[in-house]
Design a protein around this ligand. Structure first.
Ligand code: FE2
Length: 374
């Protein structure tokens, strides 16, 4: 039985919140952007909308911008071994380098963040082309991960100056918007990063889970969810907790060799059709034990969806006081067991599927065992 975790309503804020409209884009540094692009395009149904590389005058790196609904992914590779991109891939494997926040005023957001102790990655940069002016600035967060502040209200181009449009339609799979992005940090580092988001960004602790909430015989974690007031940004942060054997969070840290983004959760309005479509396209999801579905009707009560359909697709359900949510997790999307994606549909529930963590953990542990890492 999972005990009720403490749900913290809005607490008095330590500092004024940095005004963020929402997630702007997520940039991944990958070994081969051309091939990663094919995977997200064909597998997940993202349109390829913009490109920069040798042909556009970018001598050291190549980037593709992919878009579905309001989700923008940028896939970037280095063109030689001296780039920090190649170094990042060497150390971490493919993974998320940057989580971009859309803001009205990038200079102000950056100045505020740095004055409150954020590490500067680059100062405000104004870029112009025929489509207007694009301003960005960048600060560091856990591991080698960064946050850019993106100001694009005076820019009408496809993505940013330096990119040229591409029109490769994928026939989308119903992915709409980023719901939350989860970070894994080292043992005893969660509080540090919680304070960082409180003191630098003015975010608050939306929910937390301790080891007794999320544990199996072998593995456990503790987690706090950082969020802004509007709820447009939700950033859960996990650290491993001591279990009898290696936590899945520790496995991530061992392979990523630092804190970093564990998963990107993307919302859909119809999870059954989205997951059916993604499976048709070849995307692989974690399997769920049969016993999970035997216990489901009693655990979640009446829901709109057909339980057999959910079972067939392996979709998880979690009930909260305000409603319920449906979710599913992909297998890692690269060879190292690091980053994965989540598809989520909310029907009133505001949480993250705590009741599913147990079932999910058991499933992840089966995969961990197959990798010889349990
Ligand atoms: Fe999640």
């Amino acid at each position: 039985m999972v005990k009720e975790s403490v749900e913290l309503k809005q607490q008095p804020q330590v500092v004024e919140e940095i005004a963020i409209e929402g997630f702007d884009h997520v940039e991944l540094f990958v070994g081969n952007a051309l091939q990663a692009c094919y995977y997200y395009h064909r597998g997940f149904g993202f349109d390829i909308v913009a490109y920069k590389g040798l042909e556009t005058g970018s001598r050291d790196s190549v980037s593709y911008v992919l878009r579905q609904g309001k989700v923008q992914l940028v896939l970037t590779s280095g063109l030689n071994s001296k780039t920090n991109i190649a170094e990042h891939v060497h150390v971490h494997g493919d993974g998320v380098k940057n989580v971009g926040f859309r803001v009205k005023d990038a200079r102000k957001a950056y100045a505020t963040a740095v004055s409150r102790g954020a590490a500067s990655i680059y100062e405000p940069r104004e870029e112009r082309d025929d489509n207007g002016t694009y301003v960005s600035a960048c600060v560091g967060t856990y591991g080698d991960t960064t946050h850019t502040f993106v100001e694009r209200h005076a820019y009408n181009g496809i993505f940013a100056p330096g990119y040229r449009p591409l029109e490769k339609k994928a026939g989308n799979s119903g992915l709409l918007i980023i719901d939350h992005i989860v970070g894994n940090v080292e043992v005893d580092r969660m509080e540090h990063w919680v304070e960082f988001y409180q003191k630098v960004f003015g975010f608050y602790v939306y929910q937390y889970f301790d080891a007794s909430d999320i544990s199996t015989k072998y593995s456990s974690l503790i987690s706090k969810v950082m969020a802004n007031k509007s709820g447009s940004i939700k950033l859960p942060i996990n650290e491993p907790a001591i279990g009898a054997r290696k936590s899945q969070i520790q496995e991530y840290l061992d392979y990523y060799t630092a804190g970093g983004v564990q998963h990107i959760a993307i919302a859909t309005a119809d999870i059954i059709s989205t997951v059916a479509e993604l499976k048709n396209r070849g995307i692989e999801f974690l399997s769920v034990p049969r016993s999970y579905y035997d216990a489901l009707p009693d655990r979640v009560g009446k829901i709109d969806e057909d339980m057999d359909e959910l079972h067939k697709l392996g979709i998880l359900v979690d009930r909260e006081s305000e409603g319920y949510l449906l979710q599913i997790f992909t297998k890692p999307v690269e060879d190292r067991p690091t980053l994965f994606l989540e598809v989520i549909q909310r029907k009133g529930a505001k949480g993250f599927g705590k009741g599913n963590f147990q079932a999910l953990f058991q499933s992840i542990e089966r995969e961990q065992e197959l990798r010889g890492n349990l």
